[in-house]
Design a protein around this ligand. Structure first.
Ligand code: NDP
Ligand code: GDR
Length: 347
């Protein structure tokens, strides 16, 4: 019998790649879809016709219990979140509720449906629960880093309400593992991008602008801190690591990244060069886009994932940026020639 997976965040970048990967592995895949007539649900349903959907929201405990009970999944991947870091200064309470308490709600749903910890005492086993749980932890938890590269042993010092909420989600996953025997793992994933990345994140903002500038639809690109350094990889590579984490004999936490560092300036240079343009003629720094507390630099030590999961990234940073520019050039061409809205044309 095929395994069944439930994915929260199905309408996001990672949800779509993970669903494709799991379907290719022979899984039955369900996505948790929230809200009324969510247009992003239609988009992912069109892209991946074999998906099934169940209604629910990480803000609503009852809906999660109902969804887990209905789907009876072997594996739950909790990718749902407000994932744009600056949103967490604008709406810190919402972000804490979804990204932090939302993890607790999903763990409670799994605990209730599995009947774990019914007596009030722990289940005793470490990771013996039948429903396996993946939590989307983040390198943002490292924040103001005390060592580089960062591994599973590096202390957290989050720099945004987003990072603080993710740290809560990380610890509560560990706690349910230790207290109730939930097979819960956290992937501490570093930035990963793709042509399906949201337009507000810096790599996609750059690739979209480069495409429009190349086609004469735009002239300038406003950016914030050009010196920020990230370890950027390809989302399609990272969802493989998520799946591998849930196939291990025992649950654990894994750092996932490439170990390569690039600045925002590098990203802009590579993207503009891909279409024969000079980034310095188009990029303008807007101080309003600089964050109140910046994460200056991040770099992953993924040694454990490489050794224990046998995981390796396949797409390098330059190839990734060129892939995104190429995809956006095609879309921008369609916009110019057929009047499609670029956001609507997006995957
Ligand atoms: P996206 O922003 O592309 O997708 C976020 C998803 O979360 C959407 O499907 C959205 O659905 C859903 N969501 C938002 N609020 C709720 C809610 N209240 N209840 C249920 N679902 C909700 O993110 P990514 O795919 O890039 O990231 C996936 C996860 O990985 C996130 O948790 C993110 O924080 C984390 N992460 C991402 C990294 C990256 O570089 N991409 C790195 C490290 C961690 P809707 O359509 O309904 O809004
Ligand atoms: P990040 O990604 O905050 O690392 O979170 P983002 O692409 O938004 O920022 C990366 C770095 O680029 C700098 N930057 C800009 N960022 C944006 N968005 N727009 C700009 O104009 C701009 N100019 C410079 C930022 O200051 C920052 O230093 C992503 C999300 O996917 C999180 O959900 C995830 O947890 C982390 O990656 C790991």
């Amino acid at each position: 019998m095929s395994k069944r997976a439930l994915i929260t965040g199905i309408t996001g970048q990672d949800g779509s790649y993970l669903a494709e990967h799991l379907l290719a592995e022979g899984y039955e895949v369900w996505g948790l879809n929230r809200g009324q007539a969510n247009p992003r649900k239609d988009r992912v349903a069109k892209l991946i016709p074999d998906l099934s959907f169940v209604h629910g929201d990480l803000m609503d405990q009852g809906s999660l219990v109902t969804a887990v009970d209905l789907v009876q999944p072997d594996e739950v991947y909790n990718l749902g979140a407000v994932s744009f870091v600056p949103m967490s200064w604008q709406q810190p309470e919402l972000v804490t509720e979804v990204n932090g308490t939302g993890v607790l709600r999903m763990l409670e749903a799994i605990r209730m449906v599995s009947g774990l910890g019914k007596s009030g005492s722990g289940a005793g086993g470490d990771g013996q629960g039948q429903i396996r749980f993946y939590q989307a932890s983040s390198s943002e938890m490292f924040g103001k880093v005390v060592e580089s590269p960062q591994s599973e042993r590096t202390p957290f010092h989050p720099r945004s309400p987003y990072g603080v909420a993710k740290a809560y989600g990380h610890y509560i996953t560990q706690n349910y593992r230790e207290s109730y025997g939930v097979f819960g793992v956290s992937g501490i994933l570093f930035n990963h991008e793709s042509p399906r990345r949201g337009a507000e994140f810096v790599t996609r903002k750059i690739s979209l602008a480069v495409a429009q500038i190349k086609l004469g639809l735009q002239d300038k690109l406003m950016l914030g801190n050009l010196d920020a350094v990230r370890d950027w990889g390809f989302a399609g590579d990272y969802v493989r690591a998520m799946h591998l984490m849930l196939q291990q004999d025992r649950p654990g936490d894994y750092v996932v990244g490439t170990g390569q560092m690039h600045s925002v300036r590098d990203a802009a240079r590579i993207a503009f060069e891909a279409v024969g343009l000079d980034w310095e003629e188009h990029v303008v720094v807007d101080p309003a886009l600089v964050r109140p507390a910046e994460v200056e630099t991040l770099c992953a030590d993924s040694g454990n994932a490489r050794r224990e999961l046998d995981w390796e990234p396949e797409v390098g940073f330059e190839e990734l940026m060129r892939m995104m520019v190429e995809s956006d050039l095609q879309q921008a061409g369609r916009v110019r020639d057929h009047g499609e809205l670029l956001a609507a044309a997006s995957w």
